[in-house]
Design a binder for this molecule. Structure first.
Ligand code: GRF
Length: 199
């Protein structure tokens, strides 16, 4: 199985995935990193690890679907079997989701369905929640919504700052995402509606 990581930012999750591939905790091949931002640090991380990268610039496309079609062309060129979103700051078009149904994973820094959206850690912190966490899920047509693969809690301590909370959440992400990717690539996740059964 060969997978691609789609990312827009810093790429700490990509880094954890690269380490897991190297140490064979993930027994699938990381064949491509795609970004919509040519200056994203995630590209530097990929290149340092010798992974092919490609940038697809959204400004060059009139619609989300046209952009996604260009991304899909890249995925096909690199013979990608499944997709891992890691801080990819774009909503996938229904066309994209349909093309890779059940083959797109995402990580979200909160306990879904709580605190959806792009600022989940800050939102939970500002809300005064006592508990948040990390969710790895399949991507469906709705944002932060698909069936949950793995989910673990992080307690928000009274002395936490946004920074200390972020750091514990990211640490958990870096543990959970490689685990979920390995389970998926070994064909161990069976989807029954919203429920995922581990085989
Ligand atoms: C992570 O917190 C992830 O949960 C969210 O975006 C962030 C990406 O971080 N979807 P990084 O680029 O992997 O460091």
């Amino acid at each position: 199985m060969r997978f691609a990581v789609l990312a827009s930012g810093n790429g700490t999750n990509l880094q954890a995935i690269i380490s897991a591939v190297k140490s064979k905790k993930i027994k699938a091949q990381l064949g491509l990193v795609v970004s919509d931002k040519k200056k994203a640090y995630v590209l530097t991380r990929a290149l340092k690890a010798g992974i092919p990268v490609t940038v697809v610039d959204p400004k060059k496309f009139k619609t989300r679907e046209a952009f996604d079609k260009a991304v899909i062309r890249e995925l096909k060129d690199f013979k990608i079997d499944f997709i891992v979103l890691a801080g990819y700051m774009r909503i996938l078009s229904p066309y994209f989701v349909k093309a890779y149904k059940g083959k797109i994973l995402n990580i979200h820094p909160a306990l879904l369905p709580s605190f959806k959206g792009a600022h989940a850690i800050k939102d939970a912190f500002d809300y005064g929640a006592k508990l948040t966490g990390v969710t790895v899920h399949f991507v469906d047509e709705k944002v932060d919504h698909g069936p949950i693969i793995l989910q673990e809690p992080v307690i928000i301590r009274p002395q936490d700052t946004l920074k200390t909370l972020e750091s514990r959440i990211h640490k958990l992400e870096h543990k959970l995402y490689p685990k979920a990717i390995q389970l998926f690539s070994q064909g161990r996740l069976k989807i029954f509606g919203r429920k995922i059964i581990l085989r």
